[in-house]
Design a protein around this ligand. Sequence first.
Ligand code: HEC
Length: 391
Amino acid sequence: MGTIAASILVALGVGAAESSLSALWSRTCVSCHAARGPTIVDLSTPAGVLRHRGLSRALLLDRTMPPSISHSHAGPLSGEHGLTPDERALLVQALSTREETAKAFADLTPLPQTAVKSEHRLVGRGSWTVPERGGMQVRTMLIPIEVGAPNRIRGISWQPEPGTPIRMLSFAADPARLLRMIETAPDEPLQCMGNAGAVPSGALGALTRTMPSFMLPDGWAMDLPPGDLAIEVAAEPAGRAMPVRPTIQLIPARASDSRTIHAVALMPSGLELAPGACEERVLDHATHGSPHLVGAIVKGGAFLRSVAIDAVGPTGAVRPLLSVPDLRMAFIQPLLLKTPLQLGDGDIVRATFGFDNSIANPQQPYDPPRPVVTGMPPEGEDATVVLLLGT
Ligand code: HEC
């Protein structure tokens, strides 16, 4: 969960001591299922819960909801939607009949909406229409930065239009390199990944339909290089051809946000996955100067099945930070630690990617599976872990 939503919950006194089922529900479900929220399913009112009671119960029982990336056992990087088995059983019980549901969630009140200011509203350039069907598609688009926009930010937010095909926006900034590439096709989004430049896509955070606000913890900020913003846009066909044109907002840093985040991308290269193949890749980043790990952004296509992030100390001691055995890119969200983790000088941050090109992969787009190499989804795999490190 983003720090905005987290601090709202803290302000409401929800979190540490869960006094009611409604509070548990707000924490684990409403964060992604609010009115005007990123999903079409509104679970923020008693009527909304009643309407989706049966399906919610089924999805809780088969552990589809909340998505696996947000299970509490996934590690400290995984956010706050986690449910213990006992809590899951409580919710399932409360959803078993209409009467019980009405009683259990009678005091459910919608979360306050975060105020949206119209300043610094920026619109993507170029036109891209996602086709009616197919797999996840990735394009790079530019967002021109207007005069007066902040050059140091602590967050970015996005108002997804209802039904938008966009699943994820990852922000980079490397105008020089991108402008050179764009000269060939000035109004078209680039057929390339946002990692085109020296600054990895995700260097300035990421947004998803389920987490449309990306906020750094208090005290931290990111610098925007001069020029345009480059965004890697991942979109999934929604049954009809739809335009993709994200409108985002920059949230300026305050004077007290004096510490600076930079990004390191870990990206397995030269993948060659034969049909049916499963393969693990491990990439290490050796730190220096005892940085803080503030967050991580996991990106990828259909063939990234699992991901783990660990901190490895000088004696080889492993501290697990994230472990998601069954990743669904459609459900992924940028991960921020509640408290940034100070690493020792020379500690290693290790990302382990599990690739699955077998028919058993629930995201497998092809039957029978086809050979897969590094490249753009849906045919290729562009798995990346971007580490957000602060000094
Ligand atoms: C991290 C975000 C997230 C959390 C937390 C979450 N969901 Fe979802 N949920 C989604 C997304 C994304 C979808 C897909 C909806 C879409 O595509 O618009 C979804 C879909 C659903 C659906 C509709 C499924 C369908 O087939 O129409 C239900 C019901 C649901 N969720 C219930 C829950 C319940 C109950 C909880 C809490 C236990 C929960 N969700 C927590 C993201 C989330």
